[in-house]
Design a protein around this ligand. Structure first.
Ligand code: ADP
Ligand SMILES: O=c1ccn([C@@H]2O[C@H](COP(=O)(O)O)[C@@H](O)[C@H]2O)c(=O)[nH]1
Length: 275
């Protein structure tokens, strides 16, 4: 039998720096029961746009070391790589992405992350809605809307503790690049969002609604897939549905979709429709 190609539900998560994008993604992953699952088995994965910062020229590297490079401008990203990676993910392919090191302002040499095909892929970053071709790929677009004072108050300790900066560097970079670029490039993309999440990860009501929407979408898609099964594409499943017992049908359906986060009660309904 042909192996199943997983075409994921692709979710874009945009928002200003330190708005809580990655925390929101973690909450969604947790609520879908995927927090403890290992990389290869994981059905819900999150990718950061930071993996798509482009390599800097020598001259740009020197400027970056002095805090004079604008990492909040769209030109700082490798748009083409972002697009081809998202397309590959949507085609159910396994992809390899870069790891980024904020301390050196560059891609980590010899360190990549493999993203295995999954049911749900979250792609989070300050400018994920900026590039039209990439924006159009998302099935759902979220904007994490946290006020700028809170964001700055979170960014300062984070950049000092986790990204190797001192207070002056963080504040200078914020005033020179981060704040103006947020206003020019990130904030205007809020209008493309399907859901705006005020207060980020604190907004449990919004996160629960989003999680429910993801579950509904996946259930509906699975329902359509199962209703259009052809004997050539999935002989085992169809054979059981046509010739076998109700239990055989459910067993083979569950085997096929056993790694999915989708509600399995659906198969009972489908079986009743088929037979
Ligand atoms: N709701 C929250 N309450 C308190 N701290 C938060 C909250 N959301 C995020 N943080 C903290 O703020 C910092 C930035 O959050 P993060 O999710 O990494 O933001 P982003 O991905 O948008 O840059 C992290 O140190 C994180 O732990
Ligand atoms: O080398 C770098 C690369 C990026 N940044 C800053 O990171 C944020 C984006 O990450 P968030 O997790 O969304 O905050 C962006 O504002 C860049 O200024 C950096 O400082 N150095």
């Amino acid at each position: 039998m042909e192996s199943e190609v997983k075409k994921p539900f692709l979710i874009g998560v945009a928002g200003g720096t330190a708005s809580g994008k990655s925390t929101v993604c973690k909450r969604i992953i947790g609520k879908l029961g995927q927090a403890e699952v290992n990389d290869q088995q994981r059905q819900v994965v999150s990718i950061s746009q930071d993996s798509f910062y482009r390599e800097l020229t020598q001259e740009e590297k020197l400027r970056a070391q002095k805090g004079r490079f604008n990492f909040d401008h769209p030109d700082a990203f490798d748009e083409k790589l972002m697009y081809t990676t998202m397309k590959d993910i949507l085609e159910g392919k396994k992809v390899t992405i870069n790891s980024y090191d904020y301390r050196t302002n560059s891609i980590c040499p010899n360190k990549t992350v493999t993203i295995y095909p999954a049911d749900v892929v979250l792609f989070e970053g300050i400018l994920v809605f900026y590039f039209p071709e990439i924006r159009e790929l998302f099935h759902m677009k979220l904007f994490v809307d946290t006020d700028s004072d809170t964001r700055l108050a979170r960014r300062v300790p984070r950049d000092i503790n986790e990204r190797g900066r001192d207070l002056d560097q963080v504040l200078n970079q914020y005033m020179l690049f981060v704040k103006p670029a947020f206003e020019e490039f990130c904030s205007p993309t809020k209008k493309f969002a399907d859901v705006i999440i005020p207060r980020g990860a604190d907004n449990t009501v919004a996160i629960d609604l989003i999680v429910q929407h993801i579950r509904d979408f996946l259930s509906n898609r699975l329902s359509l897939d199962a209703l259009t099964l052809s004997p050539t594409s999935t002989p085992a499943l169809n054979g059981a549905a046509i010739n076998g017992s109700r239990d055989e049908f459910l067993q083979s359906a569950l085997r096929r979709f056993s790694s999915s986060v989708i509600n399995r009660k659906l198969f009972t309904i489908l079986y009743d429709r088929h037979i």
